[in-house]
Design a binder for this molecule. Sequence first.
Ligand SMILES: [Zn+2]
Length: 59
Amino acid sequence: MNKQDRLKVFIRCNQCGENFILRGTKEGKGTYGTGFKRCVCNNENDFNIRSEVEQPPLP
Ligand SMILES: [Zn+2]
């Protein structure tokens, strides 16, 4: 069974300042599998990305 932490990935566009919050998994060095492709301003590469482990919701 693969151990994949579910992450909350915060993406901020460095070109227009738009923020995106996505769920994803870590795929490698500094890359995340979020399905995120590009910003609304068509920027595909210039992002500030950070992530944190998603906490399970409290009952
Ligand atoms: Zn943008």
